[in-house]
Design a protein around this ligand. Sequence first.
Ligand code: UDP
Length: 359
Amino acid sequence: MKIITIVGARPQFIKAAALSREIAKHNNIEEIIIHTGQHFDDNMSDVFFREMEIPEPKYNLDINSISHGAMTGRMLERIEGILIKEEPDILLVYGDTNSTIAGALAAKKMHIKVAHVEAGLRSFNMEMPEEVNRILTDRISDFLFCPTTTAINNLDKEGYNNIDCKIFNSGDVMQDAANFYAEKSSERAKVFKELDFDKFILCTFHRAENTDDNIRLIEIIESLNEINKEIQVVLPLHPRTKTKIEDLGIKLEVKIIDPVGYFDMIELLKNCSLVITDSGGLQKEAFFFKKNCVTMRDQTEWVELLDHKVNVLVGAEKVKILQGVLDMLEKESDFSVNLYGNGNACENIINKLVELECQ
Ligand code: UDP
């Protein structure tokens, strides 16, 4: 079986690291990786391939830093050319980026089976580019691997029973990645060892809804500055957020560091007192490492975290962010429940693909 995997953005490298390791256990599966180039800096891309030992991409399309339409269009054209040449049995895509929809669309038009990992997630906010990408990708995928029962239920409600596709609850590949790399992170982390904080809050933010809206961005910056007066905030700063803050000309008075690799991220997660984020992946990772999370968004795809009261949505209003941090900082939460599978999502996915291809 020949699988072509499309990656392009940071969270996809982390997911692919876990799944590619599983694929490599099967002698009868050939995996070819296409890196679209959506994320391209060393600390947003190369570091993950190096540290997490992801197989080197056979193709790097170097498509980045252009508008959504131009980016998706160029990816579509280039991926189509590669699919014609490589003739894979399955095209595998992750999550909800422009690389995801471009890959899925190119393959579907060529009648190549599309497998979507992280299917069925919804924020119900169609202004998010990610929501558009994930809905369209789900609709044209043949095999939908859902990480949670919520995701399965979302597809159910959208009438997927009547659509010609196969839906599975595989568990979450990010749980697999966290389990595997957590065993190695204390030895391999570099940046974390240089930070010397007893107590700190880990923060990341980069969603367009926060960075591209000056009102929201100012509220977030002012909140973090205020929180930092009481407890150190450590912020691995996403390049897009960095540019937007520089444009705005407001000082962010927290400990800013460059984006870190996954080993450092895990050490930061293990040792922090709380997570503040607008990242999808980080909300779950906070849970994996038994930390409460304050989410600076109006919706989340990971609603089970809200139900279990380990995560609160605070939008981007200063009063709400500060209150959320106050409420969650000392809160004793129950992290014993299993929300994202047993850490065997990758095995489930690959076994299922092998079974389906043999039919
Ligand atoms: N991450 C990382 N280094 C950083 C910031 C994030 O390794 O400096 C990881 C994080 O642990 C998670 C993934 O990147 O696994 C999340 O990616 P991101 O927040 O960019 O995207 P999202 O999950 O929101 O789509």
